[in-house]
Ligand binder design. Structure first.
Ligand code: CTP
Ligand code: MN
Ligand code: MN
Ligand code: MN
Length: 368
């Protein structure tokens, strides 16, 4: 195999979107450590260091063997001195001193806790940390004026940080189907995100909804949300269609900006979407699993659900973008794409890869 330990780095594709990265991570000890350093860099808004740690981590995830010697990493794309030293320390001592001190630092612990709250990003977390807040209790007792998202994030913190299982995703799918088919019987609902990449759990459930006849899907998100709210109790709905900033993949955005020059407005990054929280009834089949610490009278779990309504003509792009992973989908940096003057219509993900002259990478190989 070209990947045998010590193989030349030439065997490793430079682009993450071309590395077949399954969930079988042979270098978890190393990637967990690098993830901590990447997070910490993010907390210091050091984008360069964040990317450096993330890139090396993503390459390690793609290797079909466990790295045992730092020498075998010579010439790996993007491997700098810092990462090399971290890996070497872990291979030799089992731990890296820098990683240990980061995980023990108050700043890292507090920012990790605060950014785990729905609706809280690094900037906000840092602000609260500087105001001397350290725990969720501190926040709850504070005078902070939370956004609507943050209020919900704090209220359902335990539920929302408990991984969503595939069984739960299936149950939510039924709820979504019922609401969607009511208004648009011919609609097609696709599970995207981590579950499509083969993950057994996720932090949320992502659905793409389309219809074979272009235009039929218009206005669907509002109706679906209203129906679901009346049926299952939707705790929070941010039905900000047309406000999407990150609503679709960078691929789609790159294409959109090209098409924009010719056409009036970009419709690509303006999918109707809703980032929401659904009450999942736990008596309906989740087997009460994970409900142990909840109050006796609470028989439901708050689950994050993302609904994205996509016109069929852009479905392949949206699917690629919403399947992730964040790292795997970095197709956007390809010059081929930016030099396109016209919107390339793709009926399937395979066509997008082919158009970019890339090997097709299946969803379960996109776990970079
Ligand atoms: N995404 C996006 N625009 C958003 C939110 C997410 O394009 N506004 C993309 C992400 O970049 C990712 C995919 O949609 O590629 C799924 O996002 P997310 O649910 O955050 O991550 P998952 O990979 O599904 O991880 P998890 O299983 O933990 O939910
Ligand atoms: Mn293997
Ligand atoms: Mn997801
Ligand atoms: Mn999501």
């Amino acid at each position: 195999s070209v990947f045998s330990a010590g193989a030349s780095s030439a065997a490793i594709p430079t682009y993450a979107c071309q590395r077949r990265t399954t969930l079988n991570n042979h270098n978890k000890v190393l990637t967990d450590a690098l993830k901590i350093l990447a997070e910490n860099a993010e907390y210091y808004e050091s984008v360069g260091r964040y990317l450096a740690f993330t890139r090396v981590s993503s390459i390690l995830k793609s290797l079909p063997y466990a790295v045992t010697s730092v020498d075998s990493l010579r010439g790996f794309p993007g491997l700098g001195e810092h990462c090399r030293k971290v890996i070497e320390e872990i291979l030799e001592d089992g731990v890296c001193q820098e990683v240990e001190s980061v995980t023990q630092s108050q700043r890292y612990q507090t920012l990790t806790l605060f950014t785990s709250i729905f609706g809280v990003g690094v900037k906000t977390a840092e602000k609260w940390y500087k105001e001397q807040h350290q725990t969720l209790a501190d926040l709850r007792a504070s005078q902070i004026r939370f956004t609507k998202e943050q209020q919900v994030g704090l209220q359902y913190y335990e539920d929302l940080t408990t991984p969503v299982t595939r069984a739960e995703a299936d149950m939510i799918r039924k709820t979504v189907e019922e609401a969607v088919y009511r208004y648009l019987p011919g609609a097609v609902i696709t599970l995207a995100g981590g579950f499509r990449r083969g993950k057994e759990t996720g932090h949320d459930v992502d659905f793409l909804i389309t219809h074979p006849e272009e235009g039929k899907e218009k206005g669907l998100v509002t109706k679906v949300i209203q129906h679901m709210a009346s049926q299952v109790g939707l705790r929070h709905s941010d039905t900000t269609h047309h406000q999407a900033i990150m609503s679709c993949s960078s691929v789609v955005r790159a294409l959109a900006s090209q098409k924009c020059r010719k056409q009036e407005t970009s419709k690509f990054d303006h999918f109707e979407r809703c980032f929401t929280i659904v009450k999942l009834n736990q008596e309906l089949g989740a087997g009460g699993q994970g409900a142990g610490h909840r109050p006796e009278d609470k028989h439901w779990k708050a689950v994050r659900v993302d609904l994205v309504i996509v016109p069929i003509s852009q479905f392949a792009y949206a699917l690629l973008g919403w399947t992730g992973s964040q790292v795997s989908k970095m197709l956007c940096n390809f010059p081929h794409l930016h030099s396109q003057n016209e919107y390339f219509s793709a009926a399937a993900e395979e066509e997008i890869f082919a158009h970019l002259e890339l090997d097709y990478i299946a969803p379960w190989e996109r776990n970079a």
